[in-house]
Design a protein around this ligand. Structure first.
Ligand SMILES: [Zn+2]
Length: 464
């Protein structure tokens, strides 16, 4: 099965799974349900927190172009831009038009699409030559970046803070004079001198920059450092604060969340997190995190069932597979296996799920054909097959499923066969609870009848 496609409900690796009816699954009115803001999750919050009011700057078409496998032609970029617009990201950031003639042509073409929800940004060096090209492309805003850490000042552009400040002012005033948005960001912010950072941010804020940017370019920051830096910055500037986190040490989503808690307003993402090295905060991962913080805000703003489509589009374009453990859309993101979990999930999904798959157009699965299965999960399958068995009979059949699954994992087809044979035998008076040898014989007889003349098992239509 191609992992980029929606999983068919009864094939391949998912064969032993039970799709659960999302509407009917909640059988009790006790306790909080999915999507309720208060109850099963309460978040720490203070007056600075923006976890209920923030924007996405989607950088798949800029940061994502720096991913090792990425090579987007114009047609692909347009498809991705339209899908992101339909999803509802606030901004789409594009590669600098100064990078190459093709990049410039692509930038101009995407600006002409007339996207409904997303504004178009481009990302340039803090340089007047780049700024002049950028403002002519038709973008809604320009993101300017310059290295401020001693590493970059010594080994990249070789300029001091006085030069950086003077150039920043010149570029910002020029872009503002064209009536479009401007963001000024430092690069490698967490290894820059705090006093240098705050001083330049205060300067650009005073001359009317729309946003200042904090970038963890090397992925070194942790959530506590992020919180402290952004909170300090929040006290120094009055403009918006954008944050960009690389994921080298696995903190990109947590850092984004900490930044919003500290008062940041915009988070950079890319689809599946693609970018330089191992990338940045993934769009889906940020959505998962923020959905828990404020489901109403996220559901009201973004077209969540589009997420899987956007991810599949990008995965295909850069020839990767959506990871098995991907947030929300990974093939096992809503699969429950342990018997004790399955029982609780069938009674009230919120017991073992902080996210509701239905919000994303996804389906919950309870896996039953394995040695950890429980009779409640098997009962749910019996009901789906419209078989009539009492609890003792289901427990008896479950014991057989577990016994066989101890030898090898049973597919959904195997489980269904056991249940059907059990049911028929009970109806015909051939089987009672606690007769495992009789059941073994009946299963063997059924299996031998089910072999076609050429020796292979006959194909039976799937029952779902
Ligand atoms: Zn980056």
């Amino acid at each position: 099965m191609c992992p980029h496609e929606p999983a068919p409900e009864t094939n391949g690796a998912d064969a032993e799974m039970i799709p659960v009816d999302l509407g009917a699954a909640v059988k009790t009115n006790d306790g909080p349900k999915h999507g309720e803001k208060k109850g099963f999750y309460s978040r720490p919050s203070d007056f600075l927190s923006n976890t209920s009011n923030w924007k996405i700057i989607e950088s798949t078409l800029r940061e994502g172009e720096q991913f090792a496998n990425a090579f987007f032609d114009l047609e692909t970029k347009i498809k991705i831009a339209k899908a992101l617009d339909e999803f509802g990201v606030d901004y789409i950031e594009l590669t600098s038009p100064a990078a190459s003639p093709e990049s410039r042509a692509h930038c101009e073409a995407i600006c002409k699409l007339g996207l409904k929800r997303s504004k178009i940004l481009t990302h340039i060096r803090c340089h007047m030559d780049d700024a002049r090209i950028a403002v002519e492309t038709g973008v809604d805003g320009v993101d300017v970046v310059i290295g401020t850490s001693s590493f970059l000042r010594d080994h990249s552009h070789g300029k001091d803070m006085a030069w950086i400040t003077k150039t920043a002012i010149e570029v910002i005033e020029f872009v503002k004079s064209k009536g479009i948005e401007i963001r000024f960001s430092s690069e490698d912010s967490f290894r820059s001198e705090l006093v240098d950072l705050l001083s330049i941010y205060r300067t650009v804020d005073k001359i009317g920059v729309n946003r200042v940017g904090v970038a963890d370019t090397v992925g070194c920051a942790d959530p506590r450092q992020v919180y402290e830096l952004v909170r300090t910055l929040r006290g120094v500037v009055s403009c918006d604060i954008e944050c960009h986190f690389h994921n080298d040490t696995g903190c990109a989503i947590a850092n984004a969340y900490a930044a919003l808690e500290a008062g940041a307003t915009h988070i950079d993402t890319s689809v599946l997190g693609i970018g330089e090295r191992n990338g940045i905060t993934p769009l889906g991962g940020l959505i998962a995190r923020m959905m828990v913080a404020d489901p109403e805000f996220v559901k009201g703003k973004y077209n969540l069932p589009m997420l899987r489509e956007v991810e599949n589009l990008v995965a295909e374009a850069v020839e990767i597979q959506v990871p098995f453990n991907n947030y929300i859309t990974g093939f096992c993101a809503f699969t429950h296996k342990a018997g004790i979990h399955a029982k609780a999930i069938l009674a009230n999904p919120a017991t073992y799920e902080i996210l509701n798959p239905a919000d994303f157009g996804m389906t919950r699965y309870v896996s039953i054909g394995h040695r950890l299965t429980g009779w409640n999960a098997v009962k749910s399958r019996v009901e789906q097959l419209n078989l009539v068995l009492n609890d003792d009979q289901i427990k008896d059949a479950t014991a057989k499923i577990k016994e066989l699954a101890d030898v090898r994992t049973q597919t959904m087809e195997d489980v269904d066969q056991i249940l059907r044979v059990y049911h028929t035998a009970v109806m015909e008076g051939k089987l009672k609870v606690g007769q495992p040898e009789v059941l073994d014989r009946l299963l063997e007889e059924h299996a031998s009848r089910d072999v076609s003349p050429n020796g292979s098992a006959a194909k039976r239509p799937r029952t779902e």
